[in-house]
Design a protein around this ligand. Sequence first.
Ligand code: NAD
Length: 252
Amino acid sequence: MKISSLTALVTGGASGMGEATARHLATCGAKVIILDQNIERSKQVAAEIGGMAISCDVTDEKNVQEAIEAGTKQFGVPRICVNCAGIVQAKRMAGREGPLPLADFEKVIRINLIGTFNVMRVAAFAMTKSDPIDQTNARGVIINTASVAAFEGQIGQVAYSASKGGVVGMTLPAARELAQFGIRVMTIAPGLVDTPMFAALPNAARNKLAEAVPFPKRLAHATEFAQLVQYIIENDMLNGSVIRLDGALRMQ
Ligand code: NAD
């Protein structure tokens, strides 16, 4: 799919990989709609790229429906949907303070998995109701964000890994279901990416993590995620699978 002049929806577009993706797709000629809870930062990014910012909690059914309708009214039906909104959590399931409260587990599942599904289902429906954009009958592409934690979760990541495993699991059935409409579904599983999510870690811990990456021995840049998003959109054969973006990192 050619990106130029298409509308792209990016959740979590106020920060990190979502922000890098919003900026990159705008340079590729897309009209970008940012959906994020952080509306102040979303507005700043949108203003810089000629895009649109909509305050949105991805876990809220009505909020997402209305946000996508508002974005469509101004920029047209999104043909690209990139789900980056997410949170991280490091808490043991059976720690010193007792069993992990169910609410903590639910929160991560709700934002990372249900939030991704919520946006994907509304964006996909809008795409199915729109005309094909080229002679291959393509209508759009959805790209979700998992994590290598879906495959090699660490201690304290039971909830996070479950949420990202769910995102991985949705990829193939969603791609199969939407194939008849010419809509592709892909997932990116990043390793360690230098974003505000990581900024909270002390330098020593960041350096130690970077050492674990075989090559290149560093955290990934958010722009490398955005480049992969571009490649997935442009390569029509990429569908129904998960791409790791991790420098060969396999967490112990
Ligand atoms: P980030 O914290 O920089 O950005 C996340 C964005 O999501 C923020 O702008 C935040 O406001 C938004 N957000 C959070 N909850 C939301 C909600 N309920 N509704 C709407 N917006 C919400 O994080 P990042 O590092 O860019 O991470 C992006 C995605 O990549 C996440 O899903 C994360 O789990 C995943 N990931 C990150 C890394 C990493 O190393 N940084 C690695 C693997 C996967």
